[in-house]
Design a protein. Structure first.
Length: 370
């Protein structure tokens, strides 16, 4: 099996959802986004390793950022990094990808330079951001995020950077796109990633608790009169549900912004639109299932939309991809009677100011540890 065949066959094994929408892309963009996703899945596997000491995670993550940034360094150190990853735990398919990451890099090195230049900084930021949060992790103890700003910063590093990367890759293709449409895409690219990530956080609350991590900000829990232990023990189902409703409220706001990003893509670019529409529609359907649903808090089993809903999305949306008004109607109709209040405006400028401060802290941390 050649390297591209390996990468192509591995994608659906590590993500059935993204394998669907990446499949609609064509040519160089298809190859670039597939490879970029496999890089993201690789560092996700390290971050998600339940039995791995955070200090080891930090070392592996920071080393990966150097491997992707510096091809000369990669040539002499990739094999040793793969060897160091032998301690990582996870699913068989994820671990197989770790062992074969050299194959992914081989295809990456064959991509157009302008595509590589969009992938490198985004994946590097992701790994460094994950390391930043792992540095606060207390092994074998539930570690909460502090507040909603903390949540935004975490979601930026694991998903917002992906939104930015996708936007930048799309714009390499959409060279004649009007400046006004480019501005809309750039303004809402981070929200595209944050909306999908916050949907995952909402549906995986109990599963994340079981692996010792809480993405529900401590400030949200305290504002509803609970301690972290009381929230996770389910002392008050009513208060727990309100806490999760507050998270879904913010999630809905980001998903609405993601729709703006999608509709800014020219109607003639059907494959690019469907690439965005499918995960976005699935996320909003998931939010609809979670909205005011106490069952979410009674089991660690993941909340999923039905196969029939997925099939309906895949069947209906290609028929309306050409129409912004029909897409808006379809998207806003998903919640039906479960409407949220007006969603909060996302302050992207403030987020970037906070991220600049984190980057300065990371630089200081790296200098002290070299």
């Amino acid at each position: 099996m050649d390297d591209w065949a390996y990468c192509h066959q591995t994608l659906p094994k590590v993500s059935r959802t993204f394998a669907l929408n990446i499949k609609v892309l064509q040519g160089e963009l298809h190859r670039s986004i597939l490879i970029a996703y496999l890089f993201c899945r690789t560092v996700d596997t390290i971050e998600d390793a339940a039995e791995l000491d955070p200090k080891i995670k930090i070392k592996l993550l920071l080393e990966f950022s150097r491997l992707i940034e510096d091809p000369d360094y990669r040539q002499g150190h990739l094999d040793s990094w793969v060897s160091d990853c032998a301690v990582v735990d996870g699913s068989a398919n994820d671990l197989d990808l770790l062992k074969n990451i050299k194959r992914v890099f081989n295809i990456f090195d064959s991509l157009k330079e302008n595509h590589q230049n969009q992938i490198i900084p985004s994946v590097s930021k992701m790994t460094k951001g994950m390391a930043h949060f792992q540095n606060r992790f207390q092994f074998e103890k539930i570690t909460p995020l502090e507040d909603e700003k903390d949540l935004e910063e975490y979601c930026y590093f694991v998903a917002g950077v992906v939104g930015e990367m996708l936007c930048n890759l799309f714009l390499q293709k959409l060279i004649s796109l009007p400046e006004s449409a480019k501005a809309i895409m750039k303004e809402n690219a981070v929200s595209f990633g944050l909306g999908l990530q916050m949907t995952n956080i909402s549906k995986d609350v109990m599963a994340d608790r079981d692996r010792g991590w809480s993405y529900i900000p401590k400030s949200l829990i305290a504002a509803n009169g609970l301690t972290l232990d009381e929230f996770h023990s389910g002392k008050s189902m009513e208060k727990n549900l309100q806490i999760l409703e507050n998270l879904l409220y913010k999630t809905n706001g980001h998903l609405q912004d993601a729709l703006k990003f999608t509709l800014a893509i020219p109607r003639t670019e059907v494959s690019l639109r469907l690439f965005c529409i499918w995960p976005l529609w699935m996320a909003m359907n998931t939010v609809a299932v979670l909205h005011n649903n106490p069952a979410l808090l009674s089991s660690s089993a993941p909340v999923k939309i039905s196969r029939s809903q997925v099939k309906r999305i895949l069947f209906v949306t290609p028929l309306i991809t050409w129409s912004n008004s029909l897409l808006k109607f379809s998207f806003n109709n998903i919640l039906r009677g479960g409407k949220f209040k007006s969603y909060p405006e996302f302050d992207l400028k403030n987020l970037h100011q906070r991220l600049d401060k984190i980057q300065m802290e990371q630089t200081s941390y790296n200098i002290q540890n070299t």
